[in-house]
Design a protein around this ligand. Sequence first.
Ligand SMILES: Nc1ncnc2c1ncn2[C@@H]1O[C@H](COP(=O)(O)O)[C@@H](OP(=O)(O)O)[C@H]1O
Ligand SMILES: [Mg+2]
Ligand SMILES: [Mg+2]
Ligand SMILES: [Mg+2]
Length: 412
Amino acid sequence: MLDKLLIPALCRGDGEVYLRFTRKPRPESIWNHAAGSILVSEAGGKVTGAEGNPLDFSKGNFVMSYEKELGAAKKAVSLAARLSQGVQKTLLQSEVWTKSDKTPVTAADYGSQAVVSLVLERELKPATLSLVAEEVDTRDLRKKGSEEFLEDITKLVRDTLASDESYAGSSITTEDVLNAIDCGKSQGGSSGCHWVLDPIDGTRGFVRGEQYAVGLALLVEGKVVVGVMACPNLPLSSAVVEKDDKSCQDNVGCLFFAATGSGAYVQPLNGNSPPQEVRVSSNENLEEAKFLESYHMPIPLHSSIAKKLGITALPVRIDSQAKYAAVSRGDAEMYLRFTLVGYREWIWDHAAGSIITTEAGGVVCDAEGIPLDFSKGKRLDHNRGIIVTTKKLKPLILKAVRESMEEENLRV
Ligand SMILES: Nc1ncnc2c1ncn2[C@@H]1O[C@H](COP(=O)(O)O)[C@@H](OP(=O)(O)O)[C@H]1O
Ligand SMILES: [Mg+2]
Ligand SMILES: [Mg+2]
Ligand SMILES: [Mg+2]
């Protein structure tokens, strides 16, 4: 009620400023702002979000969907991507460490996590940062013999932050870096706000010099509301390009982002080109459809599903959540992810990708057609399989999945 009185008061010149920052990040309903904002602007005033952009009333029920958080996330992810690009160019096999779960990790994984943690903390002050991130274990970095590696990571973080005007001159010690990485120990869950980070997703691809992503998402009350993903090696044209197409391979580096109810966008990672909205493919002809899967493990079930659907092309194998980005841009119609029985997925492997795809008009669900549930902690709680596709193709794909699983005696 107070708002409705305050806005006319402002347009009459009774006051000079009306600030509205909510305690928790949440989108604003258009009906709370539509009438007031035209009154103020027609009276010569200005109504903007925290970033100075005018309010956008064209996106359904909400305006200003997490503008401040989206701005901070884009800055954090872009800087982390800058760090990773430098490391990938000079990475030696001897610099790839193996974690206790036998998966690889590099200075870029730790450095990227430290950068995102530090940038979010600074940009979103005084809010307390809750971060659920992949690289939680700094014990190896604190061990005797790791001093040089830790010093390398600290230098990477320091140089990366110094490359941004707003952080030039800030001093970063090895302890700051360790603390920033340790900050990613939150457990997530169904209440409050949690950032979800995969500092380098697709480390295997990163090490091979191929595709990888930096994925960051915001969970509010168990739902993903913001997602930002940098894909430094992804062509600006399409993820599905011939290996010998030089012009596409040279023009790479994408930053995808989405906020709930506001659509999904892509812009070049380098330079100042404006974002462009992305939409999933409208192709319904499965014979011409393209489908994506992980690089590292051929899954026979994927081929039988594709065959049943009449997809003639071979699967395109790409590391990381870049597969979600590719579906969101219409580069491919389907991404299938049936892992080994018993493997439970981490939320950071899917959070950013899933909101980018759904905001682009796509669907992300399990083999039963149920949307993914990010509210159960660090692991996804879902039935077997993840299907990423368009709304039109979803029923056909679910039918093919069901039949293929029955034929192979697999249980959902
Ligand atoms: N055996 C396995 N089955 C399924 N996913 C696995 C896996 N081993 C690792 N992963 C996860 O799969 C992610 C990579 O996905 P993709 O295969 O699509 O590139 C890895 O992310 P990181 O590279 O961030 O560790 C890791 O979390
Ligand atoms: Mg990993
Ligand atoms: Mg990952
Ligand atoms: Mg990772």
